[in-house]
Design a protein. Structure first.
Length: 357
């Protein structure tokens, strides 16, 4: 009986301790919750398909300057969009950042973005590089240019994208595949400027002049020139800049053997695309997301993009890099970038019809 009493006493004591412990745990929990909800307003969740070191450096600077922590989730753009859709209202995503306007357009069409109202953004980003409803803003510009073998091609022989369909370029043109969104946006720009028929003639004519079936990325087209597979390639300027400044001596050698040509200067202008971002509809940190966008489009960050990643600033107040300046000023296509999204599906169809793989 004594034993039973002792046991009961011990059990009661244990329970008491356990209860008081759990109540202090509860208190701790609720304290932590309070802190984390404060922290929530001091963070921004970024879903990005960009893969450049310069971005991470800029986010760190932003954190230092504002105390807002940038949580980064990287992935392929379509995967990120699918993820945001799948996660629905419970998604943590505040900001979607990607390297092509067609995907920003898709995010908007799919109802994933919300209107941003920021005078700072409207001042820093020209209208042409914004969504018509202010659901996304451009961060950097990239020109899709012609690079050529300096030994086999004289710049005087080059003029327009269209001229690359002429007989003299048979078996000499390199460009990546039709599944690539940069090419889809390029063709979409021709649909906007010259109509569907002309755009289709161009795509079909270029296929006729392909040096090989498309393979690899933009850099691989440049390398194929040096390998003697073709003489001209269509590629984005920043890849060329990255190759020139690469730590891989082979890439430097390739880039140094090439010239850069900005096509359509006398006509419709060189094709430009943007990297850009939009705020997710269900964002819980909208102010922080907008603040990050404002930071990235301010002159200081814009100059960093130009100097370390060789992308053109969208903000006209920002200074460009020496390398970009050395390529000279150029005339851009004069179309709102949102039209590239409008014509994306049509562009994909044309590629399919003309057998651009
Ligand atoms: Fe790229």
């Amino acid at each position: 009986m004594k034993k039973l009493f002792a046991f009961l006493l011990l059990s009661a004591l244990f329970l008491l301790v356990a209860c008081s412990d759990s109540s202090s745990n509860n208190q701790k929990d609720s304290k932590e919750k309070a802190v984390s909800s404060q922290e929530e307003s001091k963070e921004v969740n970024l879903y990005t398909s960009r893969h450049y070191d310069v971005d991470d450096k800029l986010y760190k600077e932003f954190e230092k300057e504002t105390g807002i922590k940038v949580n980064i989730i990287k992935g392929e753009p379509d995967e990120l969009l699918e993820r945001i859709k799948r996660e629905g209202k419970s998604t943590k995503a505040d900001l979607f950042l990607t390297a092509d306007v067609a995907r920003l357009y898709r995010a908007k069409e799919d109802g994933l973005l919300q209107v941003i109202s920021s005078n700072t953004l409207n001042k820093q980003v020209p209208k042409k590089f914004q969504d018509t409803d202010q659901m996304w803003y451009g961060l950097t510009k990239r020109a899709r240019v012609i690079v050529y073998n300096k030994e086999t091609v004289k710049p005087e022989e080059l003029s327009t994208y269209e001229a690359l369909t002429e007989a003299q370029w048979k078996n000499r043109v390199l460009i990546r595949g039709a599944e690539n969104v940069y090419n889809q946006s390029l063709l979409a720009s021709f649909i906007e400027i010259s109509g569907e028929q002309k755009a289709k003639e161009w795509a079909s004519g270029l296929v006729t002049n392909f040096a090989r079936n498309p393979e690899g990325g933009d850099r691989d087209q440049a390398k194929a020139i040096t390998a003697g597979i073709g003489d001209v390639a269509i590629m984005n300027t920043y890849y060329y800049g990255q190759m020139l400044n690469s730590t891989d001596p082979e890439e430097v050698k390739v880039a140094e053997s090439l010239g850069v040509f900005f096509p359509n200067q006398e006509t419709t202008g060189t094709h430009v695309n943007i990297s850009g971002a939009g705020v997710i509809k269900t964002s819980k940190n909208k102010d922080n997301a907008v603040r990050l966008l404002e930071y990235l489009t301010a002159p200081a960050a814009q100059t960093v993009f130009a100097e370390t990643n060789y992308e053109y600033p969208v903000n006209p107040e920002a200074t460009s890099s020496e390398l970009l300046k050395s390529w000279g000023e150029f005339k851009e296509q004069d179309i709102p970038l949102s039209t590239l999204g409008d014509h994306n599906a049509k562009a994909v169809m044309i590629f399919n019809e003309v057998g651009w793989k």
